[in-house]
Design a binder for this molecule. Structure first.
Ligand code: CA
Length: 147
């Protein structure tokens, strides 16, 4: 039995990563909505990542398991109000470092997509920091267990 920070057991297919019950889904891909539905079907939702320590362990897990081949949807969007990013539970997404990506080559900071990009991924090109992209793109997702 694996216990997370709130003493909740992680049920398969979720595994304990950084004290949370998460699943990194890379085989099934879809839009942000499709992957949120996928997570709901297995008893979860797209993950809320509001903790730098958790981010560290999750990104490490992605690289350690060779899953660093694509972006992953997470549970954040500014679909409701442009520029105001919220998690799927309605809480506020923290902005800036160490969460959001910075593109060294082209010198810009995420989010940068305006109304064309309302959903958030862990972005492979930015070493799995957050980036806003178009919600209809097809990617895997990070699911978290909901009890
Ligand atoms: Ca936007």
């Amino acid at each position: 039995m694996v216990v997370n920070n709130s003493n909740t057991e992680c049920h398969l297919p979720f595994t304990e990563i950084g004290g949370h019950c998460l699943m990194v889904e890379s085989l099934n891909t879809g839009s942000w909505n499709e992957m949120n539905s996928f997570c709901q079907q297995i008893g979860g939702r797209l993950a809320i990542l509001n903790d730098a320590n958790l981010m560290y362990f999750l990104v490490k897990f992605i690289y350690d398991n060779g899953l660093n081949v694509d972006n992953f949807w997470i549970g954040a969007t500014d679909e409701e109000e442009e520029g105001n990013f919220k998690w799927v539970d309605g809480s506020q997404v923290r902005m800036g470092s160490p969460y959001w990506g910075y593109d060294v080559k082209d010198d810009y900071t995420e989010p940068n997509g305006g109304t064309d990009e309302n959903c958030v991924v862990l972005a492979k090109p930015e070493y799995y920091d957050f980036a806003d992209i178009n919600c209809s793109q097809g990617h895997g997702g990070i699911c978290e267990q909901v009890d």
